[in-house]
Every structure is written in structure tokens, then in C-alpha cells.
Design a protein around this ligand. Structure first.
Ligand code: AMP
Length: 445
């Protein structure tokens, strides 16, 4: 494995990396940085958590740092497009961290806030512009931003852009890019429309694939705790107060669920906040900041709100509700165990959610070890009226039967101690069937 020293980055970048205590490039960095430094286009298949931001930010900063030019008003040299404000802000923070010993100007442009500050900042000049597509187009149409001087274009999380309906905006922006440029393109998945877009955008790209799904899934200590819906909150409280459970992201299926869970934790004296699409941009940022700064222990999020959030040191992800789409499980648990660090993911599964659990296991090609509760008898998982929740049959293959039933080095020792203890506390092996196991419907906070 190469070290950062061997990547021959300029001294101010090496200093910043040493400040951050980065020593070894992650696989995507090792594969992307040398080619990008030579000016090649890159097609990277990778999701957040793999170190991809530095994979594109370092070669860009290296280039700008070497040339030492003045920032031009309204005409950035580098454009990074991201699907969400949260991701744009995070990318901006990464550029600021890695570029802190360079004198470069960057501007962030995203919707949901007034445009005045962004327009003025562009007028003062920007080497690097990090933007979401809608607001960028608005400012381009108003004449506040021109892409005529652009040298490097980065498209991050292209598949998410597609999911969020940004394709028309994206095409309009791409039509304004100068023909001579370097393009770096990242996507967690490569559906046909994304491959088509990449082919249009890139010239002789190098292909980098860090197969994030299996690698991130393997690094994370996963378990499932069988618990009925009405006991989930008590179990959650017991879990987050256990030793070693420091920084937790809890996932709920609905926005309302996120509010209720956060509110109840808060009332039990556990510092928490909810983030979801109904919250204002400011409220979401504030909650993320407090979580980052360790002012709150638990962040309760819905899938959409949590997309792309990158916070170091998340010790636990707890799936309060299992996601309906199995792919979301992989994204969720990827919030812990980032960039090589280990993480723990515990999923609460009620008898109604057994089908969701099986779909997840099929997707990840392994059985999730049980850390608490009792798996409901098959009959308990059948919905009374036979109605399904309308989950699309997973179009993914991935159900490698050989992996099925094999639990990965399950060490139910200390890892799952919190879960076991919680199980004892709540008697939460509580599928409705073996009722006798429930000692006492413990106090709801
Ligand atoms: P990303 O995939 O860009 O969201 O990065 C995920 C996390 O990994 C971020 O918190 C980075 O600070 C961290 N990170 C990125 N590269 C490295 C590295 N080479 N060594 C240690 N941590 C890293």
C-alpha cells in the first residue's frame, strides 16, 4: 500500500494530511490520485465513507496550489456538483481542511437560503465552486456565474442526482462546460442512465471501482434484535445508555417517527435531535453540527436526510425501523465504520419486519447474526389481512445462497453486550407469541 508521501503531493497538502493524521491513502485515493494528478478523467464507482472526497479534492488542490493564480470574479476554475446541500457543505469543509495551508478561495452555492451572500462571494472571486444543481443554474441564468474558465469538473453522487430528478438540470449545466477540461465522475452505483451520462462527459477515463457494498458491510459488526414495535423505544434507551455507545445514528422509516423517537429520548435525558426533510436547512445544519461537536449523543434520521452525511466516530447505527428498500440498509450502516474504522450496526426487527430483514440478507449475501430477542415463528410474520406493504420485489440479484446462513465471525461477546443487556432489561424477545418471556412491560419513557 502506498503512503501519502509516495503520491508526491505538494508540501502544503502533505502538511494538512499530517495535521489530519492521514497516513495511508484509502483504496479509492490510491487508485484515483496518481491518474488525476496527470490530468486524466476518472470514472469512480464509490460511495461516501470510502474517502472519495479526498480522492478528488487532493489532485484538484495540488493543481491549483502549484499554479498559484488569482481567483476570477464569477468564473470558477473548478466546479464540484453535489446532489444535496449537506453533501455540498461537507465537500466544502473537506476542501477547506485539505487546503488550509494554501491560499485558495472557495464558494458554496446551494438552495434553501437567500442567494445574496452567494452572489457577493462569487463576485469576489472563487477558485473552487461547490454547488447543488438547481441554485447553480439559477445563478448561471442570472449571469452571476460563468463556467467559461472552468478547468476541472467533478460530479459527485451522480446516481443520487438521477434519483432526485436532477438529470435535466445536470444536462443543462453540462452543455455549458468548456470542451477542454478534466472531469472526475463518482457514483455509488452505475445504472444504464449513469453509464450513458459518464460516456458523454468523460474522455478516456480511468475506471476505479471500490465495491463499497461488500467492503463496508464486512467491516461493520451487524446484528439484529427481535423486538416488537411497542418495546422499541425502551430498548433503544437501554442501548444508547450502555457502555461504549458513544455516538449513535438512529434510523426511522418516517419523519414523524424520527420526531417521536428523538423527543422521547430527549425526555429520558438523552441528548438527541432529529433530522428529516420537513426541517429547515438551518435546523438540519444545527443538528448536524451539534452531533459533530459531541453536544448531542444521538441523531435520529430518515434515509433521505441522512444521505451523504459524513461524521467521524459514529460508534453505532441503530435501525429503529428496518428500511423498506434493502439497499438503504447498506447506506445506513455505512454511516458507521467509516474509512477503515470499525462500527456496530444493530437493527430492531418486529414480527412485521421479518420480510424486510430477509430482503436485506438476500442483498448482502449473509445472515445478520441475532443479538437479542426471539425470532418470531413464521406464522407471526404473516400479516393478518395478508396485505403487503407494497415493497417492490428487490430487483437486485445478490442472493448468493452460499453466503446465506453463514454468520460472519459472530462474536456476541462485548460487541453485543448492550444489546443483550437491553434484551434483559426490556424482556424484549417479544414477538407476540412467546408472551411468557416478557417479564414486565417496562416503563415507557
Ligand atoms: P468520504 O468518503 O470522502 O466521505 O470520507 C469518509 C471519511 O474518511 C471522512 O471523514 C474522512 O475524513 C476520512 N478519510 C478520508 N481519507 C482518509 C485517509 N486516507 N485516512 C484516514 N481517514 C480518511
Amino acid at each position: 500500500m502506498k503512503t501519502f508521501e509516495e503520491l508526491e503531493l505538494i508540501a502544503p497538502l502533505r502538511r494538512a494530511l499530517a495535521d489530519e493524521k492521514y497516513e495511508i491513502p484509502t483504496p479509492i485515493q490510491a487508485q484515483t490520485i496518481p491518474s488525476a494528478l496527470e490530468g486524466n478523467d476518472v470514472l469512480g464507482c464509490a460511495q461516501t465513507g470510502t474517502g472519495k472526497t479526498a480522492a478528488f479534492a487532493l489532485p484538484i488542490l495540488n493543481r491549483l496550489g502549484q499554479l498559484n493564480r488569482k481567483a476570477l470574479p464569477n468564473s470558477p476554475l473548478v466546479l464540484v456538483l453535489a446532489p444535496t446541500r449537506e453533501l455540498a457543505i461537507q465537500i466544502g469543509e473537506s476542501f477547506a481542511t485539505y487546503g488550509k495551508h494554501l491560499r485558495l478561495r472557495q464558494v458554496l452555492v446551494y438552495g434553501g437560503v437567500k442567494q445574496g451572500n452567494q452572489v457577493r462571494a462569487m463576485g469576489r472571486g472563487a477558485h473552487i465552486l461547490v454547488a447543488t444543481p438547481g441554485r447553480l443554474l439559477d445563478l448561471m441564468n442570472q449571469g452571476h456565474i460563468s463556467l467559461s474558465q472552468l478547468e476541472v469538473f467533478v460530479l459527485d453522487e451522480a446516481d443520487r442526482m438521477l434519483d432526485m430528478g436532477f438529470m435535466p438540470d445536470l444536462k443543462r449545466i453540462i452543455s455549458k462546460l468548456p470542451a477542454k477540461r478534466q472531469s472526475l465522475f463518482f457514483s455509488a452505483t452505475m445504472p444504464p442512465k449513469i453509464t450513458e451520462l459518464a460516456a458523454r462527459l468523460l474522455t478516456d477515463p480511468i475506471h476505479v471501482n471500490v465495491t463499497p457494498k461488500t467492503s463496508s458491510v464486512k467491516r461493520i459488526d451487524q446484528s439484529v434484535h427481535f423486538v416488537e414495535r411497542h418495546n422499541k423505544q425502551t430498548l433503544l434507551k437501554t442501548m444508547v445508555t450502555a457502555d461504549g455507545v458513544e455516538r449513535v445514528i438512529v434510523f426511522t422509516k418516517t419523519k414523524r417517527g424520527a420526531n417521536v423517537v428523538a423527543e422521547k429520548l430527549h425526555r429520558s435525558g438523552i441528548s438527541s435531535a432529529a433530522i428529516h426533510g420537513n426541517k429547515s436547512q438551518n435546523a438540519r445544519q444545527k443538528a448536524l453540527e451539534s452531533f459533530r461537536n459531541n453536544e448531542i449523543q444521538v441523531l435520529v434520521a430518515t434515509d433521505v436526510a441522512a444521505r451523504g452525511i459524513d461524521i467521524d466516530g459514529v460508534t453505532h447505527v441503530i435501525n429503529y425501523d428496518l428500511p423498506i428498500e434493502p439497499e438503504a440498509y447498506v447506506h445506513r450502516i455505512g454511516r458507521t465504520g467509516r474509512a477503515g474504522a470499525e462500527g456496530i450496526a444493530v437493527s430492531f426487527c418486529s414480527s412485521e419486519e421479518i420480510g424486510d430483514l430477509r430482503a436485506i440478507e438476500k442483498l448482502i449475501g449473509q445472515k445478520v447474526p441475532v443479538s437479542g430477542g426471539t425470532e418470531p415463528a413464521p406464522s407471526a410474520s404473516v400479516r393478518p389481512s395478508g396485505q403487503s406493504r407494497g415493497r417492490r420485489p428487490s430487483g437486485q440479484q445478490g442472493g448468493r445462497s452460499s453466503g446465506h446462513g453463514r454468520s460472519p465471525s459472530s462474536t456476541p461477546g462485548s460487541r453485543h453486550a448492550a444489546s443483550r443487556r437491553a434484551s434483559e432489561a426490556t424482556g424484549s424477545g417479544d414477538s407476540p407469541k412467546p408472551r411468557r418471556r416478557r417479564r414486565r412491560p417496562s416503563q415507557v419513557s
